[in-house]
Design a protein around this ligand. Structure first.
Ligand code: NDP
Length: 384
């Protein structure tokens, strides 16, 4: 029996149900969409094709994800002494061409490679850069450029002979905070520049972290902490001061009985005098923890960067006289890896010099060698 009350309740309940049904027909529904990608992306055919040489921790951890975030660069080949690793990474990144160190020169015949990224230990940079240039490819080589100024000069000569671009991968020149700090300095936000200081270090642990082993062998590393990490602050000093040094001095600064440092130095305290008469100074160390710190002083304000050259985060504080410190956010540092390869792709496409060319790499190796000459003689001033 249906009584009047339940009939009314049913009728009353029927209205919202009907409304809900009508609404459901118009409601947004989740559904798959075609692949759209990034609006800044070029069609595949217009991208520069890259081979990555040496699939170690930096190549796999930062370089390869950087290519994924790039817009005009794509990886087409891997060069490795470990074929299983290369194929695993190839499956992950859609790379299907593989070379090893013995058949590397045959990339000359590979039309799917325009540029080569050298991510090998430093002692191998010159050989593989020159082989790639002779194969007719543009080359971006990791920092530090090579073990000696003579190697750097041979790399530059090979690039000229091949009419190809040679860049050194100084990634902070493409990192938003570093670029922003350089821009602010140039715009006069600090007033007249007075002084730069920068420290870069980590505690090398060859027992537990394999890449630290070649870093302690001179033949593969070229030098010690100054080659590997001191070069960041030294290079940044010249970027920030927008000037070139005329003399340097340095002293070694690490426990001399530390068994890790039989072949390369464990730490350097350095100083550079610029043409302007101003100074920059800093330290590099394989013995202290704490990362990277830079401070740039002007006569109106200063900027503190800590971390200064991290992969994933920078801390930047602007300190103006008489005002509270201001934290600056210029962008996510992660974009530096894609931006760097895209900038080099542009250099390769137009055959024009990269922002950080081989000549900059040579300048820095010469300066570090001059610092070693000074440190070998307990800190005497060396003209450069
Ligand atoms: P790893 O030791 O992690 O990787 C080096 C790779 O080079 C190896 O995995 C191997 O690749 C290949 N290789 C070929 N011959 C040798 C050899 N005799 N000994 C060791 N490796 C060899 O080093 P990193 O990735 O840390 O450094 C590589 C380069 O990247 C260096 O030039 C370094 O200065 C630079 N770098 C730059 C950084 C930056 O921030 N710009 C940060 C870290 C490093 P495979 O097995 O595929 O043959």
């Amino acid at each position: 029996m249906i009584d009047r009350r339940s009939l009314l309740a049913g009728a009353a309940g029927a209205i919202p149900l009907a409304a809900a049904a009508a609404h459901a027909a118009d409601a947004p529904r989740a559904s798959g969409q075609p692949m759209l990608g990034n609006p800044n992306d070029l069609p595949e055919a217009k991208k520069v094709n890259w081979a990555v040489v040496g699939l170690g921790s930096f190549a796999t951890g930062q370089v390869m994800p950087g290519f994924v975030m790039s817009h005009r660069s794509r990886m087409t080949a891997f060069v490795s002494g470990n074929p299983d690793k290369a194929r695993d990474l190839g499956a992950r990144y859609g790379v299907s061409k593989f070379y090893d160190y013995s058949n590397f020169d045959s990339i000359a015949h590979d039309k799917d490679i325009d540029a080569v990224y050298i991510v090998l230990p430093v002692g191998l940079h010159a050989e593989y850069t020159i082989r790639a240039l002779k194969a007719g490819k543009h080359v971006l080589c990791e920092k530090p450029m090579a073990s000696t100024p003579a190697e750097c000069e041979a790399m530059i000569a090979a690039a000229k002979a091949a009419n190809r671009q040679l860049g050194v991968a100084y990634r902070v020149h493409f990192e938003p905070s570093n670029v922003d700090v350089a821009r602010r300095i140039k715009a006069g936000e600090l007033g007249q520049l007075r002084y730069f200081t920068g420290d870069t270090g980590f505690n090398a642990d060859p027992e537990h972290w394999v890449p630290h082993r070649w870093r302690l062998q001179k033949a593969l590393a070229g030098g010690g902490s100054m080659f590997d990490i001191g070069i960041y602050a030294m290079n940044a000093a010249m970027m920030c001061m927008d000037d070139e040094p005329v003399e340097v001095s340095a002293v070694y600064s690490y426990p001399m009985n530390d068994p890790r440092f039989k072949e390369v130095e464990g730490g350097v305290n350095w100083r550079m005098k610029f043409r302007s008469g101003l100074y920059a100074q800093g330290s590099s160390s394989y013995c202290y923890a704490g990362g990277t710190r830079q401070k740039i002083y002007g006569d109106q304000a200063a900027i503190v960067m800590e971390p200064a050259s991290d992969y994933y985060q920078q801390g930047v504080i602007l300190m103006k006289s008489g005002q509270p410190p201001e934290t600056l956010h210029a962008g996510n540092p992660i974009v530096q890896f894609g931006a760097q390869v895209d900038a080099f792709s542009q250099a390769a496409l137009t055959n024009t010099p990269h922002r950080t060319p081989g000549e900059m790499g040579l300048r820095d190796i010469r300066l570090i060698q001059a610092m070693y000459q000074s440190a070998d003689r307990d800190g005497v001033t060396v003209k450069v």
